[in-house]
Design a protein around this ligand. Structure first.
Ligand code: ATP
Length: 524
């Protein structure tokens, strides 16, 4: 039997409603599944959605803090509507759930399967996301009965390029945007709009549901993309409180310069391990995949370290899924991750979340912090910024981030400095080069906020490489990459030497030629 992670006692003490009070309103097989999951009481957002929606089919915008059970809050009404409504024609998608990341799509589908496990007739919940074999997935979708589909926008768009697939959405009854604010922000909004143009129009009557822990004002204008006028707003957050949990103490460590990152990070994690009790389970968020890979290499170099997990977009999907599953059940360990798991992911019992470098915005900070203290557990959060990046604390004064008590000790920790230098000396140049290039690419977007010229940015990155990573000289950059970053001709960058460019071009031509010959031989 799955173990409930929300403490029954806390919910009971808070006067929460029992799930069994829904008998007669919710299908008994769903109530049975909730009992099997050991969920006895509703969390506030679950009660509010069920009691405040005019009908279970009403459009709604729902806000509740991270880790408070929003997934069940949208699955319950939707499943109940499916079970009581007219039969869905075979092969048709009646409920479409969109999620920003593959890992979250998988997690939602699993929760849905658990909720429907006791039904006498199975409701199929399919997933569609990138990094998996498209054709195999698509044929499973086309040959199956995907009443519910959980999808990321990219793969869904791809599905919708074929007429026969589009026809599978003719009977759409409900569209849910999980992490709605990010789905409606630049980046995803265009995809969502394109998808909506291919789905039945809103006036065919499908229900729109938007859920998130953060609803910034800037997305209110585009909510009409999925919600009908007069939609119901449900909030389980008091407008006067910060969007993070009061029980999560939040701290900042400000380091003088970016080259202090590695030594300070090692030292900080030593303190966080001590603060985390018997089973330290820590997530360290970095800004880009290649920097996260470098941090992972650093932690792997520690003797007698906690198990190290690494999760970002540069890994294959099977690797990502394996790591996600392993870290979910891990008792202790350090997960080095990018935002592929920054939102929505439920890793039980995370004791501490550490953020290294600037989050893209205040919302991203809140969601990352929300990977700890889920379902009423305790947790801690620390953000490590350079002096120049510390403007983030000023522009996000609503966040209760206090100075870290051990900041001075971290900066004076010479043992951590020696250890970081020794490990970095063993890390291959390629990993460092990619980290350096990733840093430049990410910070380019913050150049104005940091009041840096392009030359200034390159100088900072070079200090990171030489003084921080121990590179003998700034890592060489490919011309193409420099061009894409808009840093062409900037002083301080070291382009690949011409003969090396020519040599690598020749080499890749040779490899291509060999592959062609090989293929030709194979087909002959
Ligand atoms: N009524 C309940 N009783 C006990 N545990 C619950 C209950 N509802 C949800 N949970 C558990 O609480 C945890 C957090 O739930 P969920 O992932 O849905 O949170 P969320 O609000 O969607 O978080 P986020 O904002 O980060 O996406 C999960 O482990 C879930 O299984």
């Amino acid at each position: 039997m799955a173990e409930a992670v929300y403490s029954t006692a806390t919910l009971k003490d808070a006067g929460a409603d029992r799930f069994d009070s829904l008998a007669g309103k919710v299908h008994p097989a769903i109530l049975k599944a909730l009992e099997n999951m050991d969920y006895e009481y509703m969390t506030p957002v679950q009660s509010k959605v069920l009691s405040q929606l005019p009908t279970l089919q009403s459009d709604c915008l729902v806000q509740a803090k991270t880790g408070t059970g929003k997934t069940i809050a949208f699955l319950l009404p939707v499943l109940q509507s499916l079970l009581t409504g007219p039969a869905v024609p075979r092969g048709q998608v009646a409920v479409l759930i969109m999620s920003p990341t593959r890992e979250l799509a998988q997690q939602i589908a699993k929760e849905c399967d658990r909720l429907t496990a006791c039904l006498p007739r199975r409701i199929e919940c399919h997933t569609a996301f990138g990094g998996t074999t498209r054709n195999a997935n698509l044929s499973r979708f086309m040959n199956g009965n995907p009443t519910i589909l959980v999808a990321t926008p990219g793969r869904l768009k791809d599905y919708l390029t074929e007429e026969k697939t589009v026809a599978r959405f003719d009977n759409l009854r409900c569209l849910i945007l999980d992490e709605a604010d990010t789905m409606l922000e630049q980046g995803f909004l265009q995809d969502v709009r394109q998808i909506l143009r291919l789905l039945p129009p809103k006036n065919t009557g499908w229900q729109g549901m938007c859920f998130s822990a953060t609803i910034p004002d800037k997305i209110r204008d585009v909510l009409s993309t999925v919600l009908a006028k007069g939609y119901t707003s449900v909030s389980a957050i008091d407008a006067s409180e910060p969007p993070t949990h009061a029980r999560v103490p939040q701290f900042h460590v400000v380091i003088p310069t970016v080259q202090d990152t590695f030594r300070a990070l090692l030292s900080l994690i030593t303190f966080e391990i001590k603060e985390s009790g018997e089973h330290p389970k820590i997530i360290v968020f970095g800004t880009t995949a290649n920097l996260v890979a470098l941090y992972a290499a650093l932690f792997r170099g520690l003797p007698n370290a906690l198990p190290v997990y690494e999760l970002h977009s540069r890994l294959s999907q099977p690797q990502r899924t394996r790591t996600t599953d392993a870290f979910k059940v891990a008792e202790k360990g350090i997960l080095l991750a990018t935002d592929v798991v920054g939102r929505g992911m439920d890793f039980p019992n995370v004791t501490s979340v550490v953020q290294v470098g600037l989050p893209m915005n205040g919302e991203q900070y809140v969601h990352r912090v929300g990977r700890t203290a889920r379902a009423d557990k305790d947790g801690r959060a620390v953000i490590m910024l350079t002096q120049a990046e510390s403007f983030f604390l000023n522009v996000n004064r609503q966040l209760p981030i206090q100075p870290y008590a051990h900041s001075a000790a971290i900066l004076a920790d010479s043992a951590a400095a020696d250890q970081a230098a020794a490990i970095l000396a063993t890390i291959d140049e390629g990993t460092k080069q990619k980290g350096y290039s990733a840093y430049l690419g990410f910070m380019k977007g913050f150049m104005h906020k940091l009041r840096l010229s392009p030359e200034g940015l390159v100088a900072v990155a070079n200090d990171l490489a030489i003084l921080g990573m121990g590179c003998p000289e700034p890592p060489a950059m490919e011309k193409k990459t420099v061009g894409k970053m808009g840093l062409k001709g900037v002083r301080g960058l070291r382009p690949y030497a011409v003969f090396r460019d020519v040599f690598s071009a020749l080499l890749s031509r040779c490899i291509n030629a060999r592959q062609c010959l090989h293929k030709a031989g194979a087909t002959a």
